[in-house]
Design a protein around this ligand. Sequence first.
Ligand SMILES: C[S@@+](CC[C@H](N)C(=O)[O-])C[C@H]1O[C@@H](n2cnc3c(N)ncnc32)[C@H](O)[C@@H]1O
Length: 451
Amino acid sequence: MARKKKTVEIEIMDNIFPNKSVGQYEGKRVIFKGGIKGQKVKVLLNRRKKDYIEGRLLEVLERSPLEKDLSCDYDDCGGCTYQSLFYEDELKLKKELVLDLFKKEGVEVSNFLGIERSPRVEGYRNKMEYTFGDEVKGGPLVLGLHRRGRFYEIVDTDGCNIADEDFTIIRRRVMEYFRASNTPFYNKKTHKGILRHLVIRKALSTGEILINLVTTSQGEVDVEDFTKELLNIDNLEGSIVSIFHTINDGLGDTVKADKIELIYGKEYIVEEILGLKFKISPFSFFQTNTFGAEKLYSIARDFIGDEKNDIVFDLYSGTGTIAQILAPICRKVIGIEIVEEAVKMAEENAKLNQLDNVEFIAGDVLKVVDDIMERPDLVIIDPPRDGIHPKAINKIIDFNPQRFIYVSCNPVTLVRDLKVFNNRGYRVEKMKLMDMFPRTPHVEAVCLIER
Ligand SMILES: C[S@@+](CC[C@H](N)C(=O)[O-])C[C@H]1O[C@@H](n2cnc3c(N)ncnc32)[C@H](O)[C@@H]1O
């Protein structure tokens, strides 16, 4: 008979980046996801490893002395981790956790320049992906975020303080609309149902809003009536200029498109940062914290300085933000990006901004770096959370520029990649953290890497 797993009550002694806690039970370390140091928690001891026990956080029994800010009502929502900390304490914690990580991995930074706060701590997100579901099995339709640690349950996040206020109004209206028409949500167990996600994006500087309703093809949605309902909302600060309907019959829980149709307005919204305009379409990457992005790109720009560069590569270029910000200080910038739609947007953005020295190549960095003939004197790298593909990193270093700028949204993969740079004779000259994601365990880092 299988041994019953044990539940224990312990105090969290430490946190590990990102979002892991360490406690102790019978002299052994217990490590599990979630939690804040100082909390007393109930943990399920899942698996004994060589030098620690892997646990699962079940319940917070006592708050940590650090938890002094109780302004969010949704204790069980999985969207945030640090809602209960004062923002200054959150910044301090993130900084300590990243520095601990670098120390543990043995990566040295010549000049660590601290952590920069987000210009907005509330309402900073310009994009939310809400999921349709129910809060309790068989309960009414809900549109919100996943309950912490749960795959099936959705929390109605009315008044969520990290999203723009217009999102809360639209989310509520859409939820009520589909409740009234009894449209079933897509059940992730049975794979039956229609409503999957509602994605809302807002260009915070122009107020333009883009909405993307994601459904399966198992039933019809009256898109004309849905559009009318959205356009009838009269208390938004911004304005809805673009509505899409996406069909996704895939089994995974991510927002992706088997088919996408523009059902109202224009194909994109326009955001402005650092004096440049950027068109954003439903699936193209854009930093989720607009005003934070201005600071982030300014840090990268400061690290580079005013000296004119000849050829600059912007690897993982998205809609071409960094490439265009750097265009004035380079003879030529070449962006490489895998999502074709984002490349199309990047090209349109460059035209919109009247820049003629930027060029974008659609393709996988891993492959494109083999074919490209130009030799850069500066390379910017801004990869997704997984970091640089292990097969691509040495090819990128082979370009042998004097300097790299590495912008990372995941310090764990950053430190892994920096070790490779170190082994190839590069050092981390400067690093600054930028809090692009207040209330969550994530933090962005910008590094200047020099030969
Ligand atoms: C963190 S975003 C950076 C985007 C851009 N630098 C910005 O700040 O807006 C990472 C980008 O890498 C792209 N990407 C992911 N894997 C890639 C690959 N193997 N080759 C090229 N681009 C890739 C993603 O589509 C995404 O646009």
